[in-house]
Design a protein. Structure first.
Length: 399
């Protein structure tokens, strides 16, 4: 028996990194997410996998756009046509609490024969009668949803439900748990994630009767324990530049004579690059532009920028900020380095303390003082721009 587990899909996420796709007339990041999802479907077809599990957070927002709903519905239809059973574990982004419903309830209402949605804890035996894996699906719950005042109280309640599921598995085949929760001891980098006042954090002890645990909810792939495996699969795609260096995976699970094998398959997500270039000591606009292009050429030799999404932060001084030409840099990125999209070019200004001019005194008018101050600015173009802007401000204030 084989199954594929995919992390939180978050269709509708990351739009700030995208642009309008000229062919499909939607945000390009929705197209990227769609392509990544299709890669997983193609993998299942090539490897004869007929059980597909998604860990939740189908959409980024609790009220998804029509384009996002339409896209996901088409994916479900494609999976049904391929005879692939799809199991969706409800995540926190799927829950519309004030209405006690979820964003995927419309699929449940349609009673699609091969789409299974889990809003409550439930165990399903997947596969053939002599080759099974028992999956316990654990949808998201908060303390408030369980009417619990403490984490311990919520854990005890969930533990009782999980043990009930274990006790009602009548076969001897492997047991796996797939859910949407935070696990005790979760780390991102060197930092241990702490729960909020409403978050439930599950201790490892609640999983003692399972041969493996795969969780959604946390977007970075992270293995907490090797044997038995307890792991966050990570989200399907990158939503922002905080995930630029994070690799994305899905998991192929296989029952090999009652020994469960886990293979992490890397997803071909579009590369994100957040690049900082320091030009704070450069005094001319032409030199800044040349230096930035040279820096980007060198960067692209070690990390190819072609078809990637790029964001630039350029550190400049307060004398060159007005001569910074973003359009030329965008054209260079697009035409020479073949990037897919520039998500922004942001100057970061480092101010340098100017020496006081002794000729500026209280006897000078504001305009005279400002004119004398501008003599300290070496770039004539910048000086003229500062003069026009500054004089206009002074005169509008009634000086």
């Amino acid at each position: 028996m084989k199954a594929v587990i995919l992390g939180d899909t978050h269709f509708g996420g990351g739009y700030a990194l995208g642009k309008i796709d000229v062919n499909k007339h939607v945000n390009s990041r929705l197209v990227d997410f769609s392509n990544t999802f299709d890669h997983v479907i193609d993998f299942m077809v090539a490897n004869s996998v007929f059980h597909f599990i998604i860990t939740g957070d189908i959409f980024e927002h609790r009220r998804p756009l029509a384009s996002e709903l339409s896209l996901f519905s088409k994916k479900m239809r494609k999976l049904m046509e391929l005879k692939i059973h799809t199991y969706i574990v409800i995540g926190n982004h799927d829950t519309i609490r004030e209405q006690k419903t979820t964003t995927v309830d419309v699929l449940r209402s349609l009673k699609l024969p091969m789409v299974h949605i889990f809003s409550d804890i439930e165990t399903v035996s997947c596969g053939e009668k002599d080759d099974l894996i028992n999956f316990t699906f654990l949808p998201f719950r908060s303390r408030n949803m369980l009417n619990c005042s403490s984490n311990d109280e919520a854990v005890n309640r969930l533990n009782d439900q999980i043990q009930y599921e274990v006790n009602n598995i009548s076969n001897c085949f492997p047991r796996l748990l797939v859910g949407h929760f935070m696990i005790q001891g979760t780390k991102i980098g060197d930092a241990v994630l702490e729960n909020t006042s409403d978050e439930i954090v599950l201790p490892l002890s609640v999983f003692n009767n399972y041969a493996g645990v795969i969780m959604g909810h946390i977007h970075n792939h992270h293995i907490i324990q090797d044997n038995p495996l307890i792991s966050y699969i990570g989200s399907m795609e990158c939503k922002d530049f905080n995930e630029a260096k994070v690799k994305k995976y899905f998991i192929l699970v296989e029952n090999n004579d009652n020994d469960v094998l886990f293979n992490f398959e890397q997803l071909p997500v579009r590369s994100l690059f957040d690049i900082e270039i320091d030009q704070s000591l450069t005094s001319s606009a032409e030199e800044i532009g040349t230096n930035i292009k040279e820096h980007l050429r060198k960067f692209s030799k070690s990390k190819p920028l072609e078809n990637s999404i790029v964001r630039l932060t350029i550190i400049v001084n307060d004398l060159t900020i007005y001569s910074f030409n973003k359009d030329k840099i965008r054209r260079f990125l697009k035409e020479k380095l073949k990037i897919y999209h520039c998500a922004g070019i942001y100057p970061q200004v480092i101010s340098k303390r100017q020496l006081r001019k002794s000729s500026i005194t209280e006897r000078n008018s504001p305009v005279e003082s400002f004119k004398s101050y501008l003599e300290l600015v070496p770039d004539p173009i910048v000086r003229e721009k500062m003069w026009n802007i500054g004089v206009n401000i002074i005169r509008n204030r009634g000086a």
